[in-house]
Design a protein around this ligand. Structure first.
Ligand code: CMP
Length: 137
């Protein structure tokens, strides 16, 4: 059924000039852009966004990475868009993400403590509602 999700083009995607290529895939798939903005999140916003990862070894590097430059936040709509965008994105680790996916085609391991994997997509309707409230308020 019709639903919305939060997509982020993370700082690595913006810095590498991949925002347009990523948006092109989202649009070609047929999902609707409802809202889009460039955001430079502070630590407080990121701690809310990533609260489920607090205490994990990659948490602090993740927050630092996400503060390293702007992200593009996208409110995306369509039937089953949460599942559909995660399929477009590919699996978390860009080294093994399937070719044909955003992470598989554009991502790699840069030898850092955090997986720089270009995009984020909400993983459930509950996460989408929560995360959209954090990035679009
Ligand atoms: P995302 O799905 O947006 O949310 C959690 C992020 O943490 C994930 O993308 C990666 O950027 C990062 N991440 C997840 N697992 C690891 C890991 N094992 N090591 C380093 N970074 C990770």
């Amino acid at each position: 059924s019709t639903e919305e999700t939060l997509v982020l083009v993370k700082p690595d995607g913006v810095a590498r000039g991949l925002t347009g290529a990523i948006l092109a895939r989202i649009e070609a798939k047929g999902y609707a852009l409802v809202d889009i903005r460039l955001v430079e999140p502070d630590r407080e916003r990121l701690e809310r966004h990533y609260e489920e990862h607090a205490g994990k070894p990659f948490y602090e590097p993740l927050v630092e990475f996400m503060m390293s430059g702007p992200s593009v936040a996208i409110r995306l709509a369509g039937n089953r868009v949460i599942e559909g965008f995660r399929s477009l994105a590919g699996t978390t680790d860009p080294t093994s993400a399937a070719p044909g996916t955003i992470r598989g085609d554009f991502g790699r391991d840069w030898g850092l403590k955090v997986q720089q994997n270009l995009v984020h997509g909400s993983d459930s309707t509950e996460s989408a509602t929560r995360e959209l409230g954090i990035w679009f308020n």
